[in-house]
Design a protein around this ligand. Structure first.
Ligand code: KG4
Ligand code: ZN
Length: 403
């Protein structure tokens, strides 16, 4: 089965072409084409993602990225000269330029050999999501292939469960992502997913495929949001997570004294919930008392903040594992790229939960990408969630509904 996958929930426009075989009992994936454009540098001026800019950029980039991914996959053929132009009226696409781009694209090229289109249907920024969804629906209707809407957070869970395979079918382009193909082996349940991103911080228990229970979540900010806000306080560019992490690492390498300690909010309550807004405020108060901030002060603050964030995540993960007896801990979302958090969680599992398996995404799959969306769609399809056209909403149960 070949899948064209599209992700536009936030500030990454991503299109991937996957070849999938197998089922939830064991599956293999070849990434035939992969094109991703990060808009982060464009949003940096706003200090966060600006939804209408994200939408405009998705509209501008979706067709070129789709052409790039399909070309890389060797699936794009121009219509034979003289083929009568078929004009399509995409009434769902309101913006004229975008509509014309799609129309030119489908008129210029033959229908590619793909069996299904997968698209992120939420959660995310509405204008950004709708761009991807209307694009997927337009292609699905012209090509007469099913479109399956996928939950973004389910994609992040799956990205953690994948293993790199030894195939190594390098298709060129973004070599980092093509260095290996992926494998999804049979899994032990229950799986506890820790989802840490810019919009979410939550524990989801998966007792079987696609059956989710919310175990705990943040009561206010997401941990990625806290990283981004602390970065702004330290005058570091958006997205702040990697910047704060780099500053913290330099302070740690210097062996800076632990004379700044930020609070660990909700550490002592019995739930698996989080709170990060107080931590960010503690950083703000500390900074107000430090009018002259040297570069090494910034590193020191970043270090103390990252220690607090990593420790609170570790404490809550311990609690969630004790409560759920999960066989697998799967960590997904942009913040799962954080080296300190990864190593603290690895130590927790090694020292206290030797019978639980830790699954972390490949670094290239921690952030938003279309590969995870395509693989989630394949899993859904093989489990009998028959994709239908037009876009079905029912197939991927919104995790947010349960929250
Ligand atoms: O999953 P993601 O790409 O987008 C959302 O769905 O939110 O996550 C983005 C978040 C941002 O807040 C970003 O600052 C954070 O992930 N992030 C990190 C790191 N890399 C990205 N946070 C901490 N350390 C990192 N290395
Ligand atoms: Zn995400």
């Amino acid at each position: 089965m070949k899948i064209l996958a599209i992700e536009t929930s936030c500030d990454e426009t991503a299109v991937a072409i996957l070849e999938a075989e197998g089922s939830t009992a064991g599956a293999r994936y070849r990434i035939l084409g992969d094109a991703l454009f990060s808009q982060a540098h464009l949003h940096a001026a706003y200090g966060g993602v600006y939804p209408n800019l994200a939408k405009r950029e998705h509209q501008k980039n979706l067709v070129p990225l789709t052409i790039r991914a399909l070309t890389e996959a060797n699936l794009l053929k121009q219509n034979a000269p003289g083929t009568p132009m078929q004009l399509h009226n995409f009434s769902g696409v309101r913006e004229e330029v975008f509509r014309n781009d799609i129309s030119d694209f489908v008129n210029h090229y033959e229908k590619p050999e793909v069996n299904m289109i997968a698209v992120t249907r939420g959660p995310g920024l509405e204008p950004a999501l709708w761009t991807g969804i209307t694009f997927a629906e337009a292609l699905g209707s012209v090509w007469g292939i099913p479109v399956l809407g996928i939950d973004h957070m389910e994609g992040h869970i799956i990205s953690a469960l994948l293993n790199p395979a030894d195939g190594g079918h390098s298709a060129g382009g973004n070599r980092e992502l093509h260095a290996a193909d992926f494998e999804l082996s049979a899994l032990q349940f229950p799986i506890l997913a820790l989802l840490i991103s810019g919009g979410h911080t939550e524990f989801i228990l998966m007792k079987e495929w696609f059956k989710y229970e919310l175990v705990g979540r943040t009561k206010d900010d997401a941990v990625g949001e806290a990283f981004d806000k602390v970065a702004r306080l330290l005058d570091l560019p958006y997205p702040g997570g990697p910047e704060v992490a780099a500053h913290a690492r330099r302070s740690r390498e210097r062996g800076a004294a632990h004379d700044i300690v930020f609070p660990r909010p909700l550490a002592n309550d019995d739930t698996c919930n989080f709170s990060f807004s107080g931590l960010k405020t503690a950083v703000l108060y500390k900074l107000q008392k430090m009018p002259e901030l040297t570069p090494s002060d910034k590193e020191h603050i970043a270090h103390a903040f990252e220690d607090a964030a990593a420790e609170i995540i570790t404490i809550k993960t311990r609690r969630a594992l004790e409560k759920t007896n999960a066989r697998v801990l799967a960590v997904g979302g942009g913040v799962s790229a954080n080296t300190k958090i990864r190593s603290d969680l690895a130590a927790l599992i090694a020292n206290e939960f030797p019978h639980t398996e830790l699954r972390l995404p490949e670094k290239t799959l921690t952030g938003d990408n279309a590969i995870m969306i395509g693989i989630a769609a394949h899993m859904r399809a093989t489990r009998g969630t028959t994709p239908t056209h037009p876009l079905i909403a029912e197939g991927s149960k919104k995790l947010a509904d349960q929250a």
